[in-house]
Design a protein around this ligand. Structure first.
Ligand code: NCD
Length: 303
């Protein structure tokens, strides 16, 4: 039995198979409409979510399966003090697969050790968010036709943004990737990531001003400042509008640069950018359903 805790749990050739399957689902949805008939997915969300939970639920429903779960820790027995280990043992009796989001780093991993069904990490604190990374990679591969040879700018909250941490981890396995980290001093990418990049000889730069690097980028991954992970309101207020991507900044970019964002957006991308053909973030949300459909089929060994 397989779980998904980190994007590195799949080899790059396994990922290629998963993305081929996701593209086939995109183009031939009817072929998969009953692939999960009779199967049940549990979505156990101890932290707020719109896209991740609903895209899992949409994915399972589009495969013919059904969904049970909770979207708030307070409406689960966690509020009575139950451990995730006990919860997952019980969920294993009710469902065939589980997607779990938790505010504590490592909680889905602890759950997977006790689970009798595949567990998917749907985001654990500021740590990892592997299914967002699968979404990001599928989007890039589908829109650009490759996952190698590009310069990617990651902008915003690189300290607390789990999508950033997972995406960097995943991209280092492809050839000729250069990272440009764009953040205020306080929200720099964690040291363990820059150490890993140095060890692997992967080029990266850390800059503060987005304008200065715009012309170099093949891809710009914008992120929200992660309010819920700040220790004080004052720091958040000071940093929340540090970057705002607007049409003037887009003018500095390449004609075929892609703008990605895991969403939700707050102010970091002005709505005027939404109609720019390079804005790919809503397409990205759609790819999130196809990739989760492919993942469910793969983990349930139905692919
Ligand atoms: C991200 C998350 O939850 O980490 N959202 C998502 O799953 N698409 C990004 C965020 O909350 O900023």
């Amino acid at each position: 039995m397989r779980h998904l805790m980190s994007p590195l749990d799949f080899t790059t050739s396994e990922l290629d198979k998963l993305f081929d399957l996701a593209n086939d689902i995109e183009h031939n949805p009817a072929k998969y409409a009953h692939a999960c008939d009779g199967k049940i997915m549990a979505t156990c969300f101890y932290e707020p979510s719109t896209r991740t939970r609903l895209s899992f639920e949409s994915a399972m429903t589009r495969l013919g399966g059904s969904v049970i779960g909770f979207s708030d820790a307070n409406s689960s027995s966690a509020a009575k003090g139950e451990s995730v280990s006990d919860t997952i043992r019980v969920i294993s009796c009710y469902a065939d697969i589980c997607a779990m989001r938790h505010f504590k780093e490592g909680a889905p991993m602890v759950a997977s050790e006790k689970a009798e069904i595949p567990v998917i990490n749907a985001g654990d604190g500021g740590h990892q968010h592997p299914t967002q990374t699968l979404t990001d990679l599928l989007t890039i591969r589908s829109l650009k036709g490759r996952l190698n040879n590009f310069t990617i700018g990651l902008c915003g909250d690189l300290k607390f943004g789990r999508t950033v941490h997972s995406l960097i981890n995943a991209l280092v396995r492809y050839d000729n990737i250069k990272f440009i980290f764009i953040s205020p001093e306080e929200l720099k990418v964690p040291d363990y990531i820059t150490e890993m990049l140095k060890e692997k000889n992967i080029p990266y730069e850390e800059v503060i001003r987005l304008e200065n690097v715009m012309p170099e980028l093949d891809m710009l991954y914008m992120t929200r400042v992660q309010k819920e992970r700040f220790f004080n309101e004052e720091d958040y207020m000071r940093l929340k509008d540090f970057y705002i991507l607007d049409p003037a900044k887009m003018e500095l970019a390449k004609d075929d640069m892609l703008v990605l964002h895991p969403l939700p957006r707050v102010n970091e991308i002005s709505v005027e950018v939404d109609n720019d053909p390079r804005a790919a973030y809503f397409k990205q949300a759609r790819y999130g359903v196809y990739v989760r459909m492919a993942l469910i089929l793969t983990l349930l060994e139905l692919a």
